[in-house]
Design a protein. Structure first.
Length: 309
């Protein structure tokens, strides 16, 4: 396959072609992105400054918030800016960079959510051995493995795409650069590469999803031996994580666990895992968690006292 590349930039169709809708979306997504940054930063600062939030669950949550900020920043600022433009372009190298970084943070989040499910499973099923099994050393290794796993997945996806020849059409029917839209523009048969891409993303998404389902199945079985009060407390804690998993994994499975193809619904579905879920995560974890809310109140009261002095 001769790697001829005559394309120096791509034209993005964006989220919508309607100017009125684009203005409304601009205001909404600007508000959403601000909420993502502020909400997740608040989670990180609260966990890092609170002595009460020192369990592995909050250690993982702080890294999840960091990944959410990074992941949404890959697509949201350009999406917001492009909503004001008639012609939306991105350079070839910028497109490849967006593809790499997007898959890096997206896959890292998948692994982090899986590590958080493992943490909850051990905490509920083996409470007496919890601190020995999930210690600081193990937590560090799980977070490091999540970053490394995300990097390796992203490298595979990017290397498969960057070797393709792009010699003609350069219009991407999306608001950011992703694998399937780029495969559609390649000037060669991409069936084998498409299957490899789908297998790479699909195996990771499916295997992690299976681990999550098994973890919560084990938790449910284990709860039968708990008291009703302990059962409710455990379910209350896990429900936040389950909500986040459904919101993130559902759209990802729809997009990536299928043969390489693009559908009109892809852009709308992509909004959920690139913007909506990172925005909702701080709300889900704070509104349903008394420890986090109390820590935030203490942080706020300390700031008020300092400003009053």
């Amino acid at each position: 396959m001769e790697n001829k590349n005559n394309v120096t930039e791509f034209i993005l169709h964006g989220l919508t072609q309607d100017k009125t809708v684009a203005k409304v979306c601009f205001s909404l997504f600007l508000l959403f992105y601000a909420a993502i940054i502020l909400g997740n930063l608040l989670i990180i600062v609260t966990i890092k400054t609170s002595e009460q939030l020192n369990s592995p669950m909050y250690f993982f949550l702080s890294y999840l918030s960091l990944v959410d900020i990074s992941y949404s920043t890959v697509t949201a600022p350009k999406l917001i800016y492009d909503l004001l433009l008639e012609k939306k372009t991105i350079s070839f190298l910028g497109c490849i960079a967006q593809l790499f970084v997007g898959h890096f943070f997206g896959c890292t989040e998948i692994f982090l959510l899986t590590a958080m499910a493992y943490d909850r499973c051990i905490a509920i099923c083996k409470p007496l051995h919890y601190t020995n099994i999930v210690n600081k050393h193990v937590c560090g290794w799980l977070v490091a493995a999540s970053w490394v796993g995300g990097f390796l997945h992203s490298m595979v996806q990017t290397l498969l795409v960057i070797q393709l020849p792009f010699c003609g059409p350069n219009e991407i029917d999306h608001y950011f650069c992703d694998v399937h839209p780029l495969l559609k523009l390649a000037c060669t048969d991409t069936y084998i590469i498409g299957v490899t891409v789908a297998a790479n993303s699909g195996v990771i998404s499916l295997s992690c999803f299976v681990v999550l389902v098994v973890s919560y199945a084990v938790i449910l079985v284990s709860l039968r031996t708990h008291s009703s009060e302990g059962r409710l407390k455990a379910l209350y804690t896990c429900s936040s994580h389950i909500t986040v998993v459904v919101l993130f994994f559902g759209p990802c499975i729809f997009i990536y666990m299928r043969p390489p193809a693009t559908f009109s619904a892809d852009k709308t579905v992509s909004v959920f895992y690139t913007i909506i879920t990172p925005m909702l995560n701080p709300l889900i974890y704070t509104l349903r968690n008394e420890e986090v809310k109390n820590a935030m109140k203490k942080l706020w009261s300390r700031k008020v006292k300092r400003s009053a002095q």
